[in-house]
Design a protein around this ligand. Structure first.
Ligand SMILES: [Zn+2]
Length: 223
């Protein structure tokens, strides 16, 4: 069951009131999972980003850093709906898919992610955004592909340098980062440390892709 709630936040920059949606619980209908950990589900579930953009002053901020007003109140007549990155860059065109990645990269360059969790969240969004061009088979020019590959390499190297996997799924993701960089021996070495019982089909498929020396993101097939 999906419960969607709206809450009123105060923009940390200009103090304008903003209305944002929150998911209280959700159920994924026929989710599709990819090797980089992205899960696609039904469009009935709205995209809920931890990064918000003030509609009034255009400042980006973290949801957790904004003051939440009247959590019991459904709406406020003076509040504006807050923007989310996916709303501003929504497109299936490869150039525009690249622009959301460049936006995330710019946030990272200016130190927007100032904790471990925020950096991992933002670098994962950037990783998924760059892979979306390949994932959804967007037609892309050589220039877009070159830029996508350069950003992907840079982001994966930086993500690996900070990443501290805590769960078997995260160890699997670390192996996937190395595989997408073409570091197959390192990926296979890390796969050796995964508790296979918990993610067997993803484990087998990522190992298979390493053996084929494939670096592309792919859909995990359920056995
Ligand atoms: Zn503002």
């Amino acid at each position: 069951m999906t419960l969607i709630n709206s809450v009123i936040l105060k923009c940390p920059n200009c103090s304008h009131l903003l209305e944002v949606i929150e998911l209280q619980s959700f159920h994924l209908f026929k989710p599709e999972m990819f090797s980089d950990g992205k899960i696609d589900s039904t469009s009935l579930i709205p995209d809920v980003s931890e990064i918000l953009i003030c509609t009034k002053c255009n400042t980006d901020f973290w949801r957790e850093d904004a003051i939440c007003l009247n959590p019991d109140q459904d709406s406020d007549p003076g509040a504006l709906p807050a923007n989310q990155p996916s709303g501003l860059f929504l497109s299936f065109n490869s150039d525009l898919r690249l622009s959301i990645s460049k936006y995330y990269n710019k946030l990272l360059s200016r130190g927007f992610a100032d904790t471990y969790d925020k950096e991992v969240y933002l670098r994962t969004l950037l990783w998924h955004g760059l892979n979306d061009i390949t994932r959804y088979k967007s037609r892309a020019s050589k220039g877009v592909i070159a830029e996508q590959e350069g950003l992907l390499r840079d982001n994966l190297n930086k993500l690996i340098s900070v990443y501290k996997p805590r769960y078997p799924e995260e160890v699997l993701l670390l192996a996937e980062m190395h595989r997408e960089l073409g570091e197959f021996d390192e990926a296979i070495n890390i796969l050796g440390k995964v508790n296979r019982d918990e993610c067997l089909s993803a484990y087998k498929q990522i190992l298979g892709a390493c053996k084929k020396k494939s670096v592309s993101v792919f859909k995990i097939h359920k056995n």
